[in-house]
Design a protein around this ligand. Sequence first.
Ligand SMILES: Cc1cc2nc3c(=O)[nH]c(=O)nc-3n(C[C@H](O)[C@H](O)[C@H](O)COP(=O)(O)OP(=O)(O)OC[C@H]3O[C@@H](n4cnc5c(N)ncnc54)[C@H](O)[C@@H]3O)c2cc1C
Length: 573
Amino acid sequence: MSSSQDTTPARPRRIVVVGGSAAGPKAAARARRLDEHAEILLIQKSHDLSMASCGYPYYVGGFFDDRNMLLCTPAGIVRDPAFYLKAKGIIAKTETEVTSIDRERQIVTAVDLRSGNQEELAYDRLILAIGARPNLPPLPGLDLDGVTTLVSMEDADFLRRVRDEKKVRKAVIVGGGLIGIETCEALHLAGLDITIIERLPQILTFLDWEVAKIAENHVREKGANVITSNGISAFLGENGKLVGAKLENGTELECELAVVAIGVVPNSGLAGRAGLTIGESGGIVVDEQMRTSDPHIYAAGDCVESTHRLTGARFHAPYGDQANLQGRVAGENAATDGNVRFPGTIGTGICKIFDYAAGSTGLSEASAREAGYDVETAINASQDKPGFMKGELLVTKLVADRRTGRILGVQCVGPGDVGRQLATWATAIMGGLTVEDMANADLPYAPPFSLAIDHSISTAHILQNKLKGLMRGIPATEVKRRVDAGEKLCILDNRGPDEYEQVRLGIGERLIPLGALRGRLGELPADKSQEIICFCKISLRGYEAARLLAGRGWTNVKVMEGGIAAWPYPRER
Ligand SMILES: Cc1cc2nc3c(=O)[nH]c(=O)nc-3n(C[C@H](O)[C@H](O)[C@H](O)COP(=O)(O)OP(=O)(O)OC[C@H]3O[C@@H](n4cnc5c(N)ncnc54)[C@H](O)[C@@H]3O)c2cc1C
């Protein structure tokens, strides 16, 4: 057979992709790379294509000014219909909405939103990548001028105008999730007074409380206000314009702008009306090949229900990276009738919070317990690099299965390199690694990049010590609860006197520096079974003090995990 032989099939496969932001274009591009002859149509309701929605907060916050940077290739070419046709041979129709799917005839109906014209488009394979829509509570005043979301390019344009025009002074952000926190930073940088209102007792609810509190404290330090355990009950207006927000406890806050960011729900109505199976989370049910309940229809991205790789639970995981990976799999299988798999997700996410980042991968302690695991946890507070290379603090909480040592989840917060930590742990979780594996991991080391024992490895060491019974930890939350309850605890601060003068918790602790401890054992309880709690700045000296006391016969010595660096409450000094 000669290589110049025409390989055009008698009738090219027709692939229709609905949704043109993240998962859709990725699916269309993958299909094209695998089938040069397929007819590929990308139908997009919005005016724009391939919007980098994750970049909206940074456009609003003034990290860059050119709107087209949200839409262009790394070479600076805007991904419009002309680009798709020329570079990829994909016909993209924008401002066109698919309104129904006739599965029997394998036809979708599409409406041109400019002209109102309707057309029927036949498909051999259909890929639904229709995303999610904002969760909007039925609150009075939701339609007032000044109440918005940040989920579309139009929203980003509106909020960028707010920044540029400098007329708005006060804003509330409803919801302390990833998008709420990123929007808070963006609008704060735009010079607005911001209040975040979160109905639950903490922001960033994928984190355990004590880790989220460190992030919340940083938001406050940067000058934004955070109200927790209190929701919005109404938006207040005058002449159709927002002037305030009323909280569930009756408080009224003055504001001219409100951004509602209380999550998104899968946009699965089109699929539901066509009779495709919809899961309990509201997402389209797909198998590992991203195939829906109809073998000719695939779905990917924020419109689908995901499977948790650790628990097997079905849930909604609206993340941009997952949308792209799922789109790639859907595109390949739609083009080739192949069998490539997307095995599920572990819910890895990160967000920038002013000078900090916060994120998690796998299960939090709360969700691991809910899933029935017997968990052990460790908190590590240390730098990401040596001090002489301007190392920055990281506070990490590691969650593992006590029985097998398998790593279940990690949360990390701080000004250090949170992203690298989470990437390491996410890979460890997906590979099924244990605490023992991570305790001897071979990671890259040189001073500009990490410590000789990387922060992730020292975190594993703490949990390894706990699993071996070498260290008994006590969370800061428990210490605080017992101090507040009036318990008389024996708490030792093992730092030096200078440190104690500058920073002090004020919870009835006694200063006995580690270096002085052997000479001052007589000051400790004579009853060696009495509880003693040790800590220091990060609780490394606290751990050494605890080992020393255990070696001298005290049997109930605990280390307050993470020390002062992970203390989530106000301090005396
Ligand atoms: C402000 C913001 C910040 C974010 N930051 C991050 C982040 O840092 N990291 C991260 O992982 N994720 C982030 N995300 C989430 C991420 O953007 C989404 O997970 C991702 O965009 C999902 O891609 P998708 O293609 O499934 O859906 P979408 O991006 O929602 O795209 C779906 C498209 O389908 C179109 N459509 C819908 N219905 C129809 C129809 N009937 N006919 C034709 N077209 C239709 C819509 O117009 C839309 O453009 C962020 C999201 C937002 C809003």
